[in-house]
Design a protein around this ligand. Structure first.
Ligand code: ES4
Ligand code: ZN
Length: 324
């Protein structure tokens, strides 16, 4: 099954580039930038990756990204990810970055964006991996801050295809960002949002109705609402599901109880993704492997999930057919 999964052409649609920051590279860049990490070793850092909920992870994730200072750092981070997924037969990536996580500590929007973009361009040239960049607003910050971030992005529409919403979900519903997403839509950006990872099904309705998302990132708590499941199925609204993230952040208590089979039974357009692979213990193939048993190691089901990843991507029909 491992080799079948490895051989499938796949797209990754839910990946935070800052979440691909492996401890080894973190220590290397910390040294290059004269930063002392609050951990003695790679092993000590690994040991800190023990989370009971989303916020536990986010605290460590924001601490880790402090090491990223220069355009070269962002390039090296992105390049390391591309080398990994190229070996996994990932053919297309749509990756998130968190501009506010950098700008708020004095690193220019362009430093992050240009480093990420030039590595993706090099990856397309060398490996043939096509790409899009989606910037996410941090939902724990206010809407004014998101508006400022959107303003910064307008000069870079050639490099940014979409806008998303991430960070601490509880207490920060999509409705808080209705205005800035309306503006992002007017400006022609694709729209996605994390919803229903920890937050209630109500947040998924808000993402659909108020933000007018084209995909739901996670969407797990839709399982509690049959009417919502019917709607997601009727609309064939893609869900970017992240199995290893779900168990690592205790959204799901055990992979045996992952809702994926029920999502498929409900007719949802599910895709499999890695979210923050350096923190959650596996890249894309590992996420497919994690759920393979749950769908009886059925090759047709696995191939369908991979096909869904192209169907749900922000690419033309011709590209979907070429890549899949
Ligand atoms: C995230 Cl797993 C997850 N959820 C919400 N925000 C995030 N940012 C990075 N990873
Ligand atoms: Zn995510």
């Amino acid at each position: 099954m491992k080799s079948f999964i490895a051989g499938l052409p796949k797209a990754e649609l839910h990946l935070h580039i800052e979440g691909t920051f492996e401890p080894e590279l973190m220590f290397k860049l910390a040294e290059r930038n004269g930063i002392t990490l609050p951990y003695e070793s790679v092993e000590a850092l690994h040991k800190a990756y023990d989370f009971n909920q989303l916020q536990d992870f986010l605290d460590i994730y924001y601490q880790g990204m402090n090491v990223l200072q220069t355009e070269q750092d962002f390039y090296d981070l992105t390049w390391a990810y591309l080398e990994k997924v190229n070996a996994e037969n990932v053919r297309h990536v749509e990756i998130f970055f968190d501009p506010q996580g950098h700008v708020d500590r004095g690193v220019a929007f362009e430093t992050a964006l240009n480093g990420i973009h030039s590595a993706l361009q090099a990856g397309q040239d060398k490996f043939g991996i096509t790409f899009g960049i989606i910037m996410c607003f941090l939902r724990h910050l206010d809407e004014d801050d998101a508006f400022k971030t959107l303003e910064s992005a307008l000069a870079h529409k050639d490099k940014i295809i979409g806008v998303g919403l991430d960070s601490s979900e509880m207490g920060h519903p999509p409705s808080k960002f209705q205005g800035v997403f309306a503006k992002a839509r007017e400006e022609g950006f694709h729209i996605v949002a994390h919803a229903g990872e920890e937050g209630p099904a109500e947040y998924i309705y808000e993402a659909l109705d108020l933000l007018k998302v084209e995909r739901i990132d996670h969407g797990n708590t839709s399982m509690r609402d049959p009417a919502l499941l019917k709607r997601l199925s009727d609309e064939q609204m893609p869900l970017t599901v992240c199995p290893l993230s779900n168990t690592k952040l205790c959204v799901v208590d055990d992979m045996k109880n992952h809702p994926l089979p029920n999502m498929l039974a409900a007719g949802l357009k599910v895709t499999i993704n890695s979210d923050d692979p350096a923190y959650f213990g596996g890249y894309l193939n590992a996420n497919y492997e994690a759920i393979s048993d749950l769908i009886n190691n059925d090759k047709e089901n696995l191939a369908q999930l991979a096909k869904n990843s192209f169907d749900a991507a922000f690419i033309s029909v011709a590209e979907k057919q070429r890549l899949n």
